[in-house]
Design a protein around this ligand. Structure first.
Ligand code: UD1
Length: 351
């Protein structure tokens, strides 16, 4: 069987790695198209190196641009490749513009398409990721849901027949990274340039970066914390701060370049708590048993809210006190599966 994965952005490389390894183990021919949505070394190549994946078979080098421009360029390149390669399955991951492009192309030329991380919904129709998720799920022939909640969402939209509960592939990935950290640890104090207890923060979503006054108050609040706030700055954050004339390096904020995945996991698990608008980091914090404060109005990962491990903080005025809350009691359930998701997905594809 020949399967072809389409990826393009950071979180997709993390989901690709376990699937690639499981596919190779089971003797499948697995090819990878990289759309080029993320292109800096620290946003792309470093993930392939660290997660021990070969270079993609094809890179479309689409780069940045408006949603329509970026998605259209990707679609052209993906279509040409799929017509040539004729895979048995196309695999799309998550909720980026690269996911959407793969799904629309494959369904139109009648190549079966499977969506890894299907069924997530925020209910927020302003998010580009929400558009991408919904359209991708409705185009897909097999929907690999990470959680019971995702299964319910899919059933609610009439997609139950095509849905399979396989667990969350990020657990597979996290297990792998934790193992590599045992063998070759990372000096987090050196990386973050602090000997003190610190908070890890990440900000990149359109709703936090695109509005000047929201962004300024977020940065001002983080910079007034009484302990260091280490912030690996996503290029989107840096470019919006420049555009709005917002000074990032101030007060308690320690701005560092984007971290590799191993570095991020090492930093998150050492931190006092995490403040983020990333979906992946909410879950990783939960799995690493680090309290997380999510600076959004909702989350797709409501399982992380149980026991107070993750909290939604819309009103930022109380952010420091919330971020410094005491650790909740350990959760007894494993809502994201047990780390065998990639194998479950290959089983479904072969069946
Ligand atoms: C995308 C995804 C988002 C995901 C995130 C992970 C969409 C709509 N959004 O957002 O769901 O959580 O990836 O990071 O697909 N840039 C660089 N170097 C790079 C890549 C981007 O400098 O390697 C800059 C460019 O100025 C670009 C901006 O970052 O305009 C945003 O990049 P883009 O890929 O459009 O979206 P993300 O914000 O990364």
């Amino acid at each position: 069987m020949k399967i072809l994965s389409v990826v393009g952005a950071r979180p997709q490389f993390i989901k690709l790695a376990p699937l690639h390894k499981a596919a190779v183990r089971r003797g499948l021919n697995h090819q990878v198209i990289h759309t080029g949505q993320h292109y800096d070394d620290n946003m792309s190549e470093v993930f392939f190196r660290e997660l021990e994946m070969p270079k993609p078979d094809l890179n479309l080098n689409v780069g940045s641009g408006s949603h329509a421009f970026q998605t259209a360029q990707m679609m052209e390149g993906i279509e040409t490749c799929l017509l040539e390669e004729k895979p048995d399955w196309v695999i799309a991951y998550g909720d980026t513009n690269s996911t959407l492009a793969a799904a629309i192309v494959a369904v139109k030329i009648h190549i079966p398409i499977a969506h890894v991380e299907a069924g997530l919904r925020s209910g927020n129709r302003e998010m580009p990721e929400e558009h991408n998720r919904i359209i991708t799920d409705h185009c897909s022939d097999l929907l690999f849901a990470p959680t019971e909640t995702a299964m319910k969402n899919l059933a609610h939209e009439g997609l139950k027949q095509r849905s399979r509960l396989v667990g969350d592939i990020m657990v597979d990935s996290l297990d792998f990274v934790q193992e590599t950290l045992l063998n070759s640890p990372i000096d987090v104090q050196k990386l973050c340039n602090t000997q003190e207890e610190f908070i890890l923060a990440t900000i990149h979503r359109a709703e936090n970066t695109g509005d000047a006054s929201r962004l300024e108050s977020l940065i001002e609040i983080l910079s007034s914390f009484h302990i260091p706030v280490v912030l690996p700055a996503h290029p989107r954050l840096v470019s919006f701060c420049k555009k709005f004339n917002i000074e990032l390096s101030r007060g308690s904020l320690k701005i560092i370049p984007p971290l590799s995945h191993r570095e991020l996991i090492a930093t998150a698990r050492t931190s006092r708590s995490v403040i983020t608008d990333s979906g992946g980091l909410q879950k990783e914090s939960f799995l690493l048993k680090v309290p997380c404060s999510t600076i959004r109005t909702e989350t797709e990962w409501e399982e992380t809210l149980v026991g107070g491990w993750n909290i939604i903080v819309d009103d930022l005025s109380n952010l420091e006190a919330l971020a410094m809350r005491t650790k909740p009691l350990p959760a007894e359930e494993a809502p994201f599966g047990s780390g065998d998701t990639a194998g479950n997905i290959i089983d479904c594809l072969l069946a």
